[in-house]
Design a protein around this ligand. Sequence first.
Ligand code: PGA
Length: 264
Amino acid sequence: MTTDAGRRPFIAGNWKMNLDHLQGIALVQKLAWTLKDAGFDRGSVEIAVFPPFTDIRSVQTLIDADDHALAYGAQDLSPHDSGAYTGDVSGQFLAALGCTYVLIGHSERRTGHGETDEVVNAKVLAAVRHGLVPVICVGETEAELEEHGTSAVPVAQTRAALAGVAPGTPVVIAYEPVWAIGTGKVATPETAQQVGAAIRGAVQEVLGADDAAATRILYGGSVKSGNIAGFMRQPDVDGALVGGASLDPAEFAGIARFPQHLGV
Ligand code: PGA
């Protein structure tokens, strides 16, 4: 299926620092079986998992061997391509492991690792250099929401992240209000729509109308199988970035099967 605007819905699972490679294999197997048992149509919704770096090779091997309908990516990458950057991981290495995507600028990296808009932009450009699709996370804290209103911070972060990106480059933007991440507090579908539309406007300013129309914009923050349908009904929400609920294969599969909740 596609959304009314022709974009393929995208459900992404951010495992954060959970699951070692053996646990990761078990989760991917359970997720694949659950989707298969439920008669999931692999063309309908794109599903991706974002395991820790140390799991990626195992996840790749399993997905390739069993031809599972799952994409995968990393949770971060270095802004540099190679060299004396102890502990960092190059986009080149991720591409060599078959990653399609890489998360960039998650709020836990912005706050816990001091990632500024400049760092996020450098990482986006690094991802693009290596043929990875950046999943750029933007979102405001509760204090920023009070000070600047609903869309200002995510729009400014989107503009900054996309500086120097050439039109025609595929990107995904995830709107994740910081106050909704892991808290059980969820934005309303109407707010997600309002911010999604504003982000699409920012993508249009930087990359042009064609790219804005093609770019998938996700909502993230306490998404569950019970609330996904409300978000997916919004014209400017094309999917979800899921944290906690992506660690439960049945729950994550329930989110990915949202077309059934929508009755489509
Ligand atoms: P959550 O996390 O679904 O646990 O709120 C979302 C995220 O951080 O990507």
